[in-house]
Design a protein around this ligand. Structure first.
Ligand SMILES: NC(=O)c1ccc[n+]([C@@H]2O[C@H](COP(=O)([O-])OP(=O)(O)OC[C@H]3O[C@@H](n4cnc5c(N)ncnc54)[C@H](O)[C@@H]3O)[C@@H](O)[C@H]2O)c1
Length: 374
């Protein structure tokens, strides 16, 4: 596990997924056997790895990626490093014959992402990319509504993602500074469009076209050491996506908005028969039979409490941590050869959408999103 000292690598992948699988006694494969994931922590900073290993009682850790990759007992290479470091490390792991599981975006360019997918296929290793939003309770409930035909014909999806990320001067920033430097693989388009690609694709239909405006609203920030730097990457993106099936999705992504929503991401879906608003955890619906008939009259105060006219969708199941749920499926794919579709080609689609989104913004044009082939 490379990059485990980072925000994602530590909390979601190591603690909430792999260590949590150990705490539950391993992964029950359903045939009387149990899979026991044994992490090997890899990174650049010896003291950080040693401290983490000691804290969690983890036996294996190393600052020597080559040596770990040369160890035949290591079966899977996982990468949650900064985006700019991923491509070369994943290539190295494929060359060493390891199965690959990694964070998104898989590379900083579509060419690089496709090449990783080609190399993994040619090497015959199993490969997967984190697509955690698909496993969030709110979005699983939304998918359930789509699959159950609740919406009728889906017309539009409006997504609002974001929160205020402090500049780092008078209050420290709550995201690492590389996110705000394009030369280090940062930018909200590169970060979030891969998520929007798989989410839209799997829930509503493949993204056919993209039109985006990316902006750097806050041009100067302060890094982890308190030093000012130029923010060279986009910190907000306003995207419009046409989907197979005819729906239009419009998604605002921003690290420069203050939250006036119930959750940090929310999607409103409107269909001929009903609408829903889904977030990370919750999902509310309004059926057409319960739709009010507001009349526009600016002379009167609002006559109805519109937010109260929605109904909560029940969980009806236990939702596990989304990262852990996907890890379990990946490990089952590796050892049992169970079906798996979130592979490096799926990861490349996310990189493709980000790349086209940035081009759309730079050139002021709308782009078709061609189907990828290896
Ligand atoms: N799936 C998700 O929801 C999600 C959310 C946030 C981030 N991510 C992705 O996870 C990856 C890590 O993001 P993060 O927010 O955890 O970042 P982070 O800065 O907190 O962690 C980065 C990790 O990479 C290591 N690293 C390796 N080479 C480095 C270098 N040259 N400079 C700095 N650090 C280096 C760091 O030591 C650290 O372990 C990114 O690719 C990001 O796109 C995914």
């Amino acid at each position: 596990m490379n990059g485990v000292t980072g925000r994602m690598g530590y909390r979601q992948h190591l603690v909430r997924s792999i260590l949590s699988l150990q705490q539950q006694g391993g992964l029950d494969l359903g045939d009387g056997t149990t899979l026991w994931p044994e992490p090997v922590l890899v990174g650049r900073r010896e003291h950080a790895l040693r401290a983490m290993a000691e804290q969690h009682g983890i036996e294996h850790w190393s600052t020597d990626l080559d040596a770990v990759l040369a160890d035949p007992s290591v079966e899977v290479y996982f990468d949650a490093q900064v985006t700019s470091a991923r491509e070369s490390a994943v290539r190295q792991a494929i060359a060493a014959g390891k199965h690959i599981y990694c964070e998104k975006p898989t590379a900083t360019s579509l060419d690089g992402a496709l090449e990783l997918a080609r190399l993994a296929v040619a090497a015959g290793v199993k490969h997967g990319v984190v697509q955690d939003k698909l496993f969030l309770p709110g979005l699983q409930k939304l998918k359930r509504l789509v699959d159950g035909g609740f919406f009728g014909r889906i017309l539009s999806i409006r997504g609002e993602f974001g929160y205020w990320v402090f500049e780092g001067d008078w209050q420290s920033a709550q995201r690492p500074s590389w996110n705000y430097r394009s030369e280090d693989g940062g930018g909200i388009v590169a970060d979030m469009f891969p998520h929007w690609e798989y989410l839209l694709h799997e829930t509503f239909g493949r993204v056919r076209t993209v039109q985006a405006l990316a902006a750097t609203h806050v041009p100067q920030r302060w890094d982890e050491g308190g030093k000012p730097y130029d923010a060279t990457a986009d910190d907000a993106a306003y995207g419009i996506f046409e989907l197979d099936g005819g729906a239009v999705a419009q998604i605002n992504s921003s690290w420069t908005v203050r939250v006036n929503r119930d959750e940090l991401v929310e999607f409103q879906v409107d269909g001929t028969h009903g609408s829903a608003v889904a977030g990370l955890r919750n999902c509310r619906v309004q059926h057409r039979s319960a739709t009010p008939k507001p009349v526009w009259n600016p002379d009167l105060p609002a006559t109805e409490a519109f937010r109260d006219q929605w109904q909560e969708v029940p969980d009806n199941t236990d939702f596990d941590n989304g990262f852990k749920a996907q890890w379990e499926l990946f490990l089952r794919h590796v050892v049992l050869d169970e079906p798996w579709r979130w592979d490096l080609t799926a990861g490349a689609r996310g990189v493709q959408l980000a790349e086209l989104g940035l081009r759309s913004s730079a050139e002021g044009r709308r782009f078709d999103v061609p189907e990828l082939s290896l």
